[in-house]
Write a protein that binds this ligand. Sequence first.
Ligand code: C5P
Length: 242
Amino acid sequence: MNSQDRLIVALDVPGATQARQIVQTIGDAATTYKIGKQLFTAEGPQVVRDLVASGRKVFLDLKYHDIPNTVAAAVRSAAELGVSMMTVHASGGSKMLRAAVEAASQSPAKTKPMVLAVTVLTSLSDSDLLELGIAGDVLSQVLRLGALARAAGCGGLVASAQEARELRKALGEDFAIVTPGVRPAGASAGDQARVVTPKDAIAAGATYLVVGRPILEAPNPAQAAQQIADEIAAACRQEAVG
Ligand code: C5P
C-alpha cells in the first residue's frame, strides 16, 4: 500500500463550503477523507457524493448500531454513495456485524466498502463499563469485541495506538487497524488525552492513521499533510527493515 493511502484526514468542519475549501487546499497531499456525524448531519449524502466524484476516497464514520436489518440497509445506502470505509459498533453483536459485512460485500456498487468496527469508545473508562454492567477492564472488552468483529468478517477496527499493539498481538496481521489521536512530533494535542506520533502508531501496528486538527488548523494544510505522509512512509520503511 502506498503510504499516502495510509493517511486519513478527518474532515471535522461544520459545512460543505469549509469541506470543499480544505480538500482543495490539501490537493494531492491526501487522498482519503473521514466524514463524521457533524458534517454528514449538516450536509447529508451530497457531501459524500461530491468528494467521491472528485476522485477522493471517503471513510464514512457514522458508527452504525441498530438491529441487523436496519444496519444492513444503511450499509447498502453507504455503498451506493461510493464510500471506501465505514464504521459500525462491535457491541451491536455478531448478527449485526455479519449483516453489515454481507451487505457491503454483496453491494452492486463499484467500491465495496470496508466495514470497520468500533470496540469501546475511548471516552469510556473501566468504571463507565462497570456502570453499564460490563465486568472487566476496557482492554479486555476491546480484545473481546475485536475478536468478535474479526470473526464476523469485518475488514478492520478503529483503535487507539495502545489498543492497536494489543490487538495486533492477539488477532494477527490480516486486518486493518485505523488509529486516531495521532500528532506529528511537536504538534499540540488538542483535547486528545493520549496522543502518539505517526511513527509510534505504525510501530504499534496501525494500518491507517486518522488526523484532523494538526492538518485542518495548520497554517499550510497541504504541507502538514505531506509531512505526516512522509513520516508514515519513513516509519513503514523502518518497520519493513526492522
Ligand atoms: O483532530 P483530531 O486529529 O484529534 O481528530 C481525530 C478524529 O478521530 C476525530 O474525527 C475524532 O472524532 C476521531 N476519533 C478520535 N478518537 C477515537 C475515535 C475517533 O479522535 N477514539
